[in-house]
Design a protein around this ligand. Structure first.
Ligand SMILES: C[S@@+](CC[C@H](N)C(=O)[O-])C[C@H]1O[C@@H](n2cnc3c(N)ncnc32)[C@H](O)[C@@H]1O
Length: 420
């Protein structure tokens, strides 16, 4: 799959892109709007068999492309990028018209198609585009941020939190992208579609379940592409992976809300040598059909299917019948604490206790010289640890994982400690 093919997947099922109205509520420098406009232009010109003249291009831009952003400089860059796309490959006759005809000018975009500043806030009641069910496509890469949970008592909620509270919409971890995805649903027409670039954790983290339960009752996912494996290839310093989700609003009158037969595509492309040739290979084993109801019940299915096959999912389910690590710890009177990390330098260290008590397991290639304590509220400085193990998972992974009983578990997730 080349970059071009990746983009065309986002337009899959759209018969004529030039008939769509596209809105990006956090348009920034306008890369997504510019790409959408180019696509519309290309389609309209191919259908006609000749280039659109400048007046037609202006009409297409003015009637089809809309954006907003709190940052005015960002909106100015968006406008500039759209002008460049408008002027691309114009013929000399058009240029003469632009420079000499008094009624042919580059169109005003700021303040009409692009809304900046306070009314450009996606959560503001004064935003003329957001939440008004006007557009056929909402295409966005919203901001991702989870402000520190420890909010001072009495501190006012942030704008998006106040909006979510008023509307009764579920957010998780104070993530602004969750609020964006919620309001996005209200911004498209009944047949519209959402194309959102979201932090992978918003779909995959266990703590995201309340958001998913609420959001999936309002949208029908069509395709979810998890780019987590290539986050460093996309952005060298990326801490978080991203997913692209294509979804449509549900009919609020339809019952049952989510039919059991509903499934969506879940694709998890992996980094391999084809990237060096500008292509992204999607192997058959990295494509799954996931039942929406299953995701609503437990998003573990997305984590299992990130690396596992259908057979692996069945194996995990079978093992889960014997209980979970959490249950095992409970039976034996152990406390479990998660959030140890040896590289988070700004966190309080457990050392020197950690050095004395945390012994590296055979599978650890690097010894844990010091261990930072994040939010392991079950633990305190003087505790002795039975072990520290690292796995990318959660307490509810099967207890019968052979490695647990032998304390040989290892993996790439943040360490989990057991205290007796
Ligand atoms: C990840 S960037 C978007 C990047 C964009 N697709 C581009 O091409 O540059 C996020 C953008 O969201 C904007 N933003 C943050 N909070 C916002 C809000 N509440 N309403 C509208 N825009 C917001 C920021 O100014 C920033 O430009």
């Amino acid at each position: 799959m080349s970059a071009g093919r990746r983009r065309s997947h986002l337009w899959k099922g759209v018969v004529d892109p030039s008939q769509e109205t596209v809105f990006d509520g956090t348009c920034g420098s306008g890369i997504l709007l510019t790409t959408a406009f180019r696509r519309m232009l290309g389609h309209a010109q191919a259908a006609r068999g000749e280039p659109l003249n400048v007046v037609e291009r202006i009409a297409l831009l003015k009637s089809r492309i809309f954006g907003s952003d709190v940052s005015e400089p960002a909106c100015r860059v968006s406008a500039f990028s759209l002008y460049l796309s408008l002027l691309e490959e114009l013929v000399p006759r058009d240029l003469v018209e632009l420079t000499s005809a008094p009624n042919v000018k580059l169109p005003e975009l700021l303040g009409s198609n692009l809304i900046a500043g306070k009314p450009g806030d996606f959560f503001a009641a004064t935003n003329p585009f957001a939440g008004r069910a006007k557009f056929s496509v909402l295409l966005s890469n919203p901001p991702w941020s989870e402000p520190d949970d420890l909010r001072a008592a009495g501190e006012a909620p942030l704008g998006y939190e106040a909006w979510a509270k008023r509307e009764g919409r579920a957010l998780v971890r104070r993530q602004i992208a969750a609020a964006y995805a919620q309001r996005a649903v209200d911004s498209v027409t009944a047949n519209g579609r959402l194309v959102l670039i979201l932090p992978a954790s918003l779909l995959l983290a266990p703590t995201s379940q309340p958001f998913l339960v609420d959001w999936l009752s309002r949208v029908r996912p069509e395709r979810l592409i998890n780019f987590g494996d290539m986050r460093r290839q996309l952005f060298a310093a990326a801490d978080h992976g991203c997913v692209v989700i294509v979804a449509r609003p549900r009919d609020p009158q339809a019952r049952p809300v989510v039919p059991v037969s509903e499934v969506f595509d879940y694709w998890v492309p992996k980094v391999d040598v084809s990237l060096a040739f500008g292509r992204l290979t999607l192997h058959t084993s990295d494509r799954a059909r996931v039942q929406t109801q299953e995701l609503i019940q437990d998003n573990a299915v997305l984590r299992y299917r990130t690396w596992g096959t259908e057979a692996d999912v069945r194996l995990v389910r079978r093992l889960l019948r014997e209980g979970t690590i959490e249950e095992l710890a409970e039976q034996r009177g152990w406390a479990i604490g998660k959030g140890f990390n040896r590289t988070r330098h700004n966190s309080p260290k457990l050392s020197p206790f950690a050095q004395a008590t945390v012994s590296p397991r055979p599978c650890d290639s690097a010894p844990m010289a010091s261990v930072a304590r994040l939010r392991a509220e079950n633990f305190s400085q003087g505790d002795r640890y039975r072990c520290l193990v690292r796995f990318a998972g959660r307490r509810s992974i099967p207890r019968s994982a052979r490695a647990v009983s032998r304390w040989h578990l290892c993996g790439t997730g943040s360490p989990v400690g057991f205290r007796r």
